[in-house]
Design a protein around this ligand. Structure first.
Ligand code: EPS
Length: 346
Protein backbone atom coordinates (compact mmCIF):
# COMPACT_ATOMS: atom_id res chain seq x y z
CA UNK A 1 0.00 0.00 0.00
CA UNK A 2 1.28 3.42 -0.98
CA UNK A 3 0.26 6.34 1.21
CA UNK A 4 1.35 9.86 1.99
CA UNK A 5 0.78 12.69 4.40
CA UNK A 6 1.58 16.36 4.02
CA UNK A 7 2.12 19.10 6.60
CA UNK A 8 2.94 22.79 6.58
CA UNK A 9 1.38 26.25 6.67
CA UNK A 10 1.68 28.67 3.75
CA UNK A 11 3.89 31.07 5.75
CA UNK A 12 5.25 28.53 8.22
CA UNK A 13 8.81 27.21 8.25
CA UNK A 14 8.40 24.57 5.57
CA UNK A 15 6.11 22.29 3.62
CA UNK A 16 6.56 18.59 4.38
CA UNK A 17 5.58 15.27 2.83
CA UNK A 18 6.08 11.66 3.85
CA UNK A 19 5.60 8.99 1.20
CA UNK A 20 5.48 5.41 2.38
CA UNK A 21 5.34 2.23 0.35
CA UNK A 22 7.78 3.01 -2.45
CA UNK A 23 9.67 -0.21 -3.18
CA UNK A 24 13.41 -0.57 -2.59
CA UNK A 25 15.86 -0.21 -5.45
CA UNK A 26 14.42 2.82 -7.27
CA UNK A 27 16.94 5.46 -8.32
CA UNK A 28 15.60 8.89 -7.37
CA UNK A 29 17.34 11.88 -8.91
CA UNK A 30 16.54 14.92 -6.72
CA UNK A 31 16.91 17.13 -9.81
CA UNK A 32 13.72 15.56 -11.22
CA UNK A 33 11.78 16.42 -8.05
CA UNK A 34 13.04 20.00 -8.19
CA UNK A 35 12.16 20.28 -11.87
CA UNK A 36 8.56 19.27 -11.06
CA UNK A 37 8.47 21.83 -8.23
CA UNK A 38 9.63 24.49 -10.71
CA UNK A 39 6.92 23.48 -13.18
CA UNK A 40 4.32 24.02 -10.42
CA UNK A 41 5.58 27.55 -9.86
CA UNK A 42 5.26 28.57 -13.50
CA UNK A 43 2.46 29.77 -15.77
CA UNK A 44 1.16 33.15 -16.85
CA UNK A 45 -1.00 34.68 -14.12
CA UNK A 46 0.95 33.59 -11.03
CA UNK A 47 1.36 36.14 -8.26
CA UNK A 48 4.20 37.71 -6.27
CA UNK A 49 4.73 34.77 -3.91
CA UNK A 50 6.20 32.77 -6.76
CA UNK A 51 8.81 35.50 -7.25
CA UNK A 52 9.85 35.07 -3.62
CA UNK A 53 10.01 31.27 -3.55
CA UNK A 54 12.31 28.94 -5.49
CA UNK A 55 10.97 25.63 -4.22
CA UNK A 56 13.55 22.88 -3.71
CA UNK A 57 13.06 19.58 -1.91
CA UNK A 58 15.45 18.30 0.71
CA UNK A 59 15.19 14.52 0.96
CA UNK A 60 15.44 13.72 4.65
CA UNK A 61 15.00 9.96 4.58
CA UNK A 62 14.26 6.86 2.55
CA UNK A 63 17.28 7.00 0.22
CA UNK A 64 20.84 5.78 0.37
CA UNK A 65 23.18 6.67 -2.50
CA UNK A 66 20.12 8.04 -4.35
CA UNK A 67 18.31 4.66 -4.18
CA UNK A 68 15.14 3.94 -2.23
CA UNK A 69 15.38 1.64 0.80
CA UNK A 70 11.67 0.79 1.00
CA UNK A 71 11.46 3.04 4.06
CA UNK A 72 9.36 6.25 4.28
CA UNK A 73 10.65 9.04 2.03
CA UNK A 74 10.44 12.38 3.84
CA UNK A 75 10.60 15.60 1.81
CA UNK A 76 11.08 19.10 3.17
CA UNK A 77 10.50 22.24 1.10
CA UNK A 78 11.41 25.39 3.02
CA UNK A 79 9.27 28.54 2.76
CA UNK A 80 11.36 31.65 2.13
CA UNK A 81 8.35 33.70 3.21
CA UNK A 82 8.35 32.39 6.77
CA UNK A 83 6.26 35.09 8.45
CA UNK A 84 3.33 33.26 10.04
CA UNK A 85 3.78 34.78 13.51
CA UNK A 86 4.02 38.36 12.19
CA UNK A 87 1.13 38.41 9.73
CA UNK A 88 -1.92 40.51 10.66
CA UNK A 89 -5.31 39.11 11.66
CA UNK A 90 -7.96 38.73 8.97
CA UNK A 91 -11.60 39.57 9.80
CA UNK A 92 -13.59 39.16 6.55
CA UNK A 93 -13.78 35.73 4.93
CA UNK A 94 -13.43 35.52 1.13
CA UNK A 95 -16.35 34.07 -0.85
CA UNK A 96 -15.11 30.96 -2.64
CA UNK A 97 -12.35 30.22 -0.11
CA UNK A 98 -12.27 27.86 2.89
CA UNK A 99 -12.19 30.95 5.16
CA UNK A 100 -15.74 30.99 6.56
CA UNK A 101 -16.39 27.25 6.63
CA UNK A 102 -13.03 26.69 8.35
CA UNK A 103 -13.65 29.44 10.87
CA UNK A 104 -17.02 27.99 11.87
CA UNK A 105 -15.73 24.44 11.92
CA UNK A 106 -12.65 25.01 14.14
CA UNK A 107 -14.00 27.82 16.30
CA UNK A 108 -11.37 30.38 15.28
CA UNK A 109 -11.75 34.14 15.54
CA UNK A 110 -9.06 34.96 12.95
CA UNK A 111 -9.45 33.91 9.30
CA UNK A 112 -5.65 33.56 9.09
CA UNK A 113 -5.87 30.45 11.29
CA UNK A 114 -7.81 28.85 8.41
CA UNK A 115 -6.09 30.23 5.34
CA UNK A 116 -2.58 29.28 6.39
CA UNK A 117 -3.26 25.58 5.94
CA UNK A 118 -6.09 25.87 3.40
CA UNK A 119 -3.69 27.71 1.04
CA UNK A 120 -2.82 26.01 -2.22
CA UNK A 121 0.80 26.31 -1.10
CA UNK A 122 0.20 22.83 0.35
CA UNK A 123 0.22 21.49 -3.21
CA UNK A 124 4.01 21.82 -3.21
CA UNK A 125 4.04 18.69 -1.00
CA UNK A 126 1.72 16.85 -3.39
CA UNK A 127 4.02 17.66 -6.31
CA UNK A 128 7.06 16.43 -4.37
CA UNK A 129 5.30 13.11 -3.70
CA UNK A 130 4.02 12.96 -7.29
CA UNK A 131 7.53 13.47 -8.66
CA UNK A 132 8.79 10.37 -6.83
CA UNK A 133 5.74 8.43 -8.09
CA UNK A 134 6.45 9.63 -11.64
CA UNK A 135 10.05 8.37 -11.39
CA UNK A 136 8.67 4.99 -10.28
CA UNK A 137 6.10 4.87 -13.11
CA UNK A 138 8.75 5.79 -15.70
CA UNK A 139 10.48 2.46 -14.88
CA UNK A 140 7.42 0.86 -16.54
CA UNK A 141 7.30 3.25 -19.49
CA UNK A 142 4.38 5.22 -18.01
CA UNK A 143 4.42 8.96 -18.73
CA UNK A 144 2.08 11.66 -17.41
CA UNK A 145 1.57 15.10 -18.94
CA UNK A 146 -0.97 17.90 -18.85
CA UNK A 147 -2.08 20.89 -20.87
CA UNK A 148 -4.45 23.79 -20.46
CA UNK A 149 -7.52 23.45 -22.69
CA UNK A 150 -9.28 26.73 -21.94
CA UNK A 151 -9.17 29.82 -19.74
CA UNK A 152 -12.37 31.72 -18.99
CA UNK A 153 -14.07 29.91 -21.90
CA UNK A 154 -11.34 30.80 -24.44
CA UNK A 155 -9.37 28.00 -26.05
CA UNK A 156 -6.73 29.56 -28.29
CA UNK A 157 -3.38 30.54 -26.76
CA UNK A 158 -3.66 34.29 -27.59
CA UNK A 159 -7.27 34.47 -26.36
CA UNK A 160 -6.34 32.67 -23.13
CA UNK A 161 -3.48 35.12 -22.50
CA UNK A 162 -5.84 38.03 -23.28
CA UNK A 163 -8.37 36.65 -20.80
CA UNK A 164 -5.76 36.54 -18.02
CA UNK A 165 -4.65 40.10 -18.90
CA UNK A 166 -8.28 41.22 -18.75
CA UNK A 167 -8.61 39.66 -15.30
CA UNK A 168 -5.42 41.44 -14.18
CA UNK A 169 -6.66 44.81 -15.45
CA UNK A 170 -10.04 44.36 -13.78
CA UNK A 171 -8.47 43.23 -10.47
CA UNK A 172 -10.24 39.93 -11.06
CA UNK A 173 -9.27 36.25 -11.36
CA UNK A 174 -10.08 33.59 -13.94
CA UNK A 175 -10.34 29.78 -14.00
CA UNK A 176 -10.22 27.19 -16.72
CA UNK A 177 -10.08 23.60 -17.86
CA UNK A 178 -7.02 21.36 -18.15
CA UNK A 179 -6.35 17.83 -19.31
CA UNK A 180 -4.10 15.12 -17.91
CA UNK A 181 -2.94 12.36 -20.26
CA UNK A 182 -1.19 9.20 -19.07
CA UNK A 183 0.61 7.14 -21.72
CA UNK A 184 1.92 3.59 -21.47
CA UNK A 185 -0.57 2.37 -18.85
CA UNK A 186 -1.04 -1.41 -18.82
CA UNK A 187 -4.54 -2.89 -18.82
CA UNK A 188 -5.71 -4.15 -15.44
CA UNK A 189 -4.96 -1.38 -12.90
CA UNK A 190 -7.81 -0.80 -10.44
CA UNK A 191 -10.73 -3.17 -9.98
CA UNK A 192 -14.49 -3.44 -10.33
CA UNK A 193 -14.89 -5.72 -7.30
CA UNK A 194 -15.35 -2.94 -4.73
CA UNK A 195 -16.40 0.70 -5.18
CA UNK A 196 -13.28 1.98 -3.42
CA UNK A 197 -10.99 0.02 -5.77
CA UNK A 198 -12.35 1.58 -8.97
CA UNK A 199 -9.52 3.53 -10.55
CA UNK A 200 -11.70 6.25 -12.07
CA UNK A 201 -13.11 7.03 -8.62
CA UNK A 202 -9.63 7.07 -7.10
CA UNK A 203 -8.23 9.35 -9.80
CA UNK A 204 -11.24 11.67 -9.58
CA UNK A 205 -10.86 11.87 -5.79
CA UNK A 206 -7.16 12.64 -6.15
CA UNK A 207 -7.76 15.47 -8.61
CA UNK A 208 -10.90 16.79 -6.89
CA UNK A 209 -8.86 17.10 -3.69
CA UNK A 210 -6.65 19.80 -5.26
CA UNK A 211 -7.78 23.23 -4.01
CA UNK A 212 -10.08 25.01 -6.47
CA UNK A 213 -11.08 21.98 -8.55
CA UNK A 214 -14.84 21.82 -9.13
CA UNK A 215 -15.26 19.08 -11.75
CA UNK A 216 -13.42 16.04 -13.07
CA UNK A 217 -14.22 14.09 -16.24
CA UNK A 218 -12.87 10.76 -17.45
CA UNK A 219 -12.59 10.50 -21.24
CA UNK A 220 -15.71 11.83 -22.93
CA UNK A 221 -17.11 12.54 -19.44
CA UNK A 222 -20.28 14.64 -19.48
CA UNK A 223 -20.35 14.14 -23.27
CA UNK A 224 -21.56 10.56 -22.74
CA UNK A 225 -24.89 11.97 -21.60
CA UNK A 226 -25.54 13.48 -25.03
CA UNK A 227 -24.94 10.39 -27.17
CA UNK A 228 -26.21 6.93 -28.15
CA UNK A 229 -24.17 3.93 -26.99
CA UNK A 230 -23.42 2.98 -30.58
CA UNK A 231 -21.76 6.35 -31.11
CA UNK A 232 -19.46 6.39 -28.11
CA UNK A 233 -18.24 2.95 -27.04
CA UNK A 234 -14.73 2.12 -28.22
CA UNK A 235 -14.76 -0.88 -30.60
CA UNK A 236 -12.25 -3.63 -29.66
CA UNK A 237 -9.56 -4.81 -32.12
CA UNK A 238 -6.71 -7.31 -31.92
CA UNK A 239 -3.47 -7.64 -33.88
CA UNK A 240 -0.65 -10.09 -33.22
CA UNK A 241 2.31 -8.18 -31.84
CA UNK A 242 0.15 -5.21 -30.86
CA UNK A 243 -2.40 -7.04 -28.72
CA UNK A 244 -5.85 -5.64 -27.98
CA UNK A 245 -6.43 -2.03 -29.03
CA UNK A 246 -9.05 0.61 -29.87
CA UNK A 247 -9.13 3.27 -32.56
CA UNK A 248 -11.16 5.64 -30.38
CA UNK A 249 -10.72 6.37 -26.68
CA UNK A 250 -13.92 7.91 -25.36
CA UNK A 251 -13.59 5.78 -22.22
CA UNK A 252 -10.42 7.69 -21.35
CA UNK A 253 -8.57 4.41 -20.86
CA UNK A 254 -10.82 3.12 -18.07
CA UNK A 255 -13.71 0.63 -18.31
CA UNK A 256 -15.42 -0.81 -15.24
CA UNK A 257 -13.01 1.05 -12.99
CA UNK A 258 -10.06 -0.78 -14.60
CA UNK A 259 -7.47 0.51 -17.08
CA UNK A 260 -7.96 -1.04 -20.53
CA UNK A 261 -4.51 -0.39 -21.98
CA UNK A 262 -5.36 2.86 -23.77
CA UNK A 263 -4.14 6.28 -22.62
CA UNK A 264 -5.82 7.49 -19.42
CA UNK A 265 -7.44 10.85 -20.18
CA UNK A 266 -8.78 13.11 -17.43
CA UNK A 267 -10.09 16.64 -17.59
CA UNK A 268 -10.76 19.00 -14.73
CA UNK A 269 -12.15 22.46 -14.16
CA UNK A 270 -10.50 24.89 -11.80
CA UNK A 271 -12.60 27.76 -10.49
CA UNK A 272 -11.18 31.32 -10.46
CA UNK A 273 -8.94 32.02 -7.43
CA UNK A 274 -11.04 33.30 -4.51
CA UNK A 275 -8.89 36.30 -3.58
CA UNK A 276 -10.09 39.29 -5.61
CA UNK A 277 -8.21 42.61 -5.56
CA UNK A 278 -11.64 44.23 -6.02
CA UNK A 279 -13.26 42.20 -3.24
CA UNK A 280 -16.80 40.83 -3.10
CA UNK A 281 -19.23 41.39 -0.26
CA UNK A 282 -18.64 39.55 2.99
CA UNK A 283 -19.36 39.90 6.70
CA UNK A 284 -16.92 41.01 9.42
CA UNK A 285 -16.72 38.03 11.75
CA UNK A 286 -16.31 40.19 14.88
CA UNK A 287 -19.07 42.76 14.28
CA UNK A 288 -21.30 40.58 12.04
CA UNK A 289 -21.74 43.71 9.91
CA UNK A 290 -21.41 43.78 6.10
CA UNK A 291 -17.86 44.39 4.87
CA UNK A 292 -15.67 43.70 1.86
CA UNK A 293 -13.80 40.38 1.74
CA UNK A 294 -10.17 40.48 2.79
CA UNK A 295 -7.50 41.01 0.15
CA UNK A 296 -4.48 38.74 0.42
CA UNK A 297 -1.53 38.55 -1.95
CA UNK A 298 -2.58 35.96 -4.49
CA UNK A 299 -2.54 34.74 -8.07
CA UNK A 300 -4.71 35.75 -11.03
CA UNK A 301 -4.77 32.38 -12.80
CA UNK A 302 -3.25 29.04 -11.81
CA UNK A 303 -4.74 26.58 -14.29
CA UNK A 304 -1.26 25.69 -15.64
CA UNK A 305 -0.07 24.85 -12.13
CA UNK A 306 -3.27 22.92 -11.38
CA UNK A 307 -2.44 20.68 -14.36
CA UNK A 308 1.01 19.93 -12.91
CA UNK A 309 -0.53 19.18 -9.49
CA UNK A 310 -3.16 16.92 -11.10
CA UNK A 311 -0.34 15.02 -12.86
CA UNK A 312 1.14 14.43 -9.41
CA UNK A 313 -2.17 13.38 -7.87
CA UNK A 314 -2.67 10.95 -10.79
CA UNK A 315 0.91 9.65 -10.49
CA UNK A 316 0.30 8.75 -6.85
CA UNK A 317 -2.96 6.89 -7.63
CA UNK A 318 -1.42 5.02 -10.58
CA UNK A 319 1.73 4.08 -8.65
CA UNK A 320 -0.47 2.75 -5.85
CA UNK A 321 -2.57 0.74 -8.33
CA UNK A 322 0.53 -0.62 -10.06
CA UNK A 323 1.98 -1.79 -6.73
CA UNK A 324 -1.33 -3.50 -5.89
CA UNK A 325 -1.25 -5.40 -9.17
CA UNK A 326 2.42 -6.33 -9.38
CA UNK A 327 3.62 -6.53 -5.78
CA UNK A 328 5.65 -4.36 -3.44
CA UNK A 329 8.98 -4.12 -1.58
CA UNK A 330 11.49 -4.70 -4.38
CA UNK A 331 11.57 -2.94 -7.74
CA UNK A 332 13.26 -5.97 -9.35
CA UNK A 333 10.45 -8.32 -8.17
CA UNK A 334 7.78 -5.91 -9.40
CA UNK A 335 9.46 -5.65 -12.81
CA UNK A 336 9.61 -9.39 -13.19
CA UNK A 337 5.88 -9.74 -12.34
CA UNK A 338 5.16 -6.93 -14.81
CA UNK A 339 7.07 -8.70 -17.61
CA UNK A 340 5.24 -11.99 -17.00
CA UNK A 341 1.88 -10.23 -17.06
CA UNK A 342 2.86 -8.54 -20.33
CA UNK A 343 3.51 -11.96 -21.92
CA UNK A 344 0.17 -13.37 -20.74
CA UNK A 345 -1.90 -10.43 -21.95
CA UNK A 346 -0.15 -9.96 -25.33
C1 EPS B 1 0.72 29.48 -3.38
C2 EPS B 1 1.16 30.28 -2.39
C3 EPS B 1 0.29 31.34 -1.84
C4 EPS B 1 -0.63 31.87 -2.93
C5 EPS B 1 -1.43 30.78 -3.61
C6 EPS B 1 -0.63 29.58 -3.97
O1 EPS B 1 1.16 32.28 -1.35
P1 EPS B 1 0.71 33.69 -0.67
O2 EPS B 1 -0.61 33.42 -0.01
O3 EPS B 1 1.81 33.95 0.30
O4 EPS B 1 0.70 34.67 -1.79
O5 EPS B 1 0.14 32.53 -3.90
O6 EPS B 1 -2.49 30.36 -2.78
C7 EPS B 1 -3.76 30.74 -3.10
C8 EPS B 1 -4.06 31.43 -4.14
C9 EPS B 1 -4.81 30.29 -2.21
O7 EPS B 1 -5.95 30.72 -2.39
O8 EPS B 1 -4.52 29.54 -1.32
C10 EPS B 1 1.58 28.44 -3.96
O9 EPS B 1 2.71 28.17 -3.46
O10 EPS B 1 1.16 27.83 -4.95
Amino acid sequence: MLRYLTAGESHGKAMVAILEGMPAGLKVDPAIINQELRRRQAGFGRGLRMQIESDRAEILSGLRNQKTLGSPIALLIRNKDFSIEKLPKVASPRPGHADLAGLLKYGFSDVRDVLERASARSTVSVVGVGAVCKIFLSEFGIKIMSRVLSIGGENTRPAMVAKIKEAMENKDTVGGVFEVVVKGVPAGLGSFVQPDRRLDGRLAAGIMSIPGIKAVEVGLGIGYGFSFGSEVHDVIHYKKGRGFYRTTNNAGGIEGGVTNGEDVILRACMKPIATLLEPLGSVNINTRKPSRASVQRSDICVVDAAGVIAESASAFVLADALLEKFGADSLADIKSAYRNYGKRTA
